[in-house]
Design a binder for this molecule. Structure first.
Ligand code: SF4
Length: 303
């Protein structure tokens, strides 16, 4: 949503930038910057599907407002180095092209800073024949009002819940209010989609057409915060009403080269992962876990 006089309040930073004049705190202007698009084979199975010739129609946007210090996606979530600027009309054509290429869905990655423009782009794409689900793939740092504005646009939320501790959120994302917004926006997401709905593809496998998948990337030395994240999610939505994706492939290689953030300068251990997975099972979540090897990004069977 953009207030009168173009003051942007789309994300919880609410910096009120007039992006027609200068970039907001996230760096975004009124130009929609797309860093990359692809048929993505490595999202969770009901998002990427099982047909090797298909995949999730991922469109990656620059200027993620969260800007985590360890961002595993930073080459494509930060300022535009490769890629291009799209108008809403051009973006709607890209969505239709991805559908023609076999995409199971349109997967908008780091979309928050372009919310108003993406609502228009999806509407235009639907007028041009877009009929596959639309996925909002977000870091979870969202205003509930922004999420509610997506009720006629988005079918699936693929959202992170990164931290429970405001101090950790401050240290790693300069966002001490992250846990508060992640909880409120998760409740809003579930209000928009309801429980997961699956449809069978031509190979007989289920893929998701509605619902919420919550991702949690485990961080080294912070298993207690991960356990607390799972409890926070379970306090917000019934564990059997969403899908949980536990991600184990954290790598420190994207941290700044200055020796800071010492506690997370390693990969997670099997012990850390097993503690968090045990809590997920105890709380009654259904979902996916990801192989600890960062070389393969495949998901292992459901838990
Ligand atoms: S999306 Fe960017 S410009 Fe808008 S409020 Fe957030 S940081 Fe500011």
């Amino acid at each position: 949503m953009t207030e009168k006089k173009e003051k942007c309040t789309q994300c919880p930073r609410m910096c009120k930038a007039d992006r027609s004049i200068h970039p907001g705190r996230c760096g975004a202007t009124n130009d929609i910057e797309v860093s990359h698009y692809m048929l993505h084979r490595w999202e969770e199975p009901p998002i990427s599907g099982y047909d090797e010739k298909r995949g999730s129609g991922a469109v990656f946007f620059t200027h993620c407002p969260l800007g985590c210090v360890y961002c595993q996606n930073q080459k494509i979530s930060r300022p535009l180095s490769e890629g291009q600027v799209y108008t809403e009309g051009e973006l709607s054509d890209l969505f239709v092209k991805l559908q023609c290429d076999g995409a199971y869905n349109i997967n908008l990655v780091s979309p928050t800073q372009y919310t108003d423009k993406l609502i228009t782009s999806v509407k235009l794409a639907k007028e041009k024949g877009l009929s596959i689900p639309v996925v909002w793939n977000t870091g979870g740092y969202e205003r509930p009002e922004t999420i509610e504005s997506l009720k006629d646009t988005v079918d699936i939320f693929l959202t992170d819940f990164k931290y429970s501790s405001p101090q950790l959120a401050e240290e790693l994302s300069l966002a001490p209010d992250y846990p508060e917004y992640a909880k409120k926006s998760l409740a809003a997401m579930y209000g928009v989609t309801g429980k997961p709905v699956f449809t069978k593809d031509e190979t007989g496998h289920d893929y998701l057409t509605k619902g919420v998948i919550v991702r949690h990337l485990l961080l080294p030395s912070h298993r207690d915060d991960s356990v607390s994240v799972l409890r926070n999610i379970a306090d917000t939505v019934a564990p059997d009403s969403i899908l949980l994706s536990l991600m184990a492939q954290f790598t420190p290689e994207f941290l700044p080269d200055d020796g800071s953030h010492k506690r997370i300068r390693r990969k997670i251990t099997t012990y850390e992962y097993s503690i968090v997975l045990r809590e997920a099972v105890k709380l009654g979540f259904r979902g996916f876990s990801q192989e600890r090897s960062s070389a393969t990004r495949r998901f292992t069977p459901d838990f």
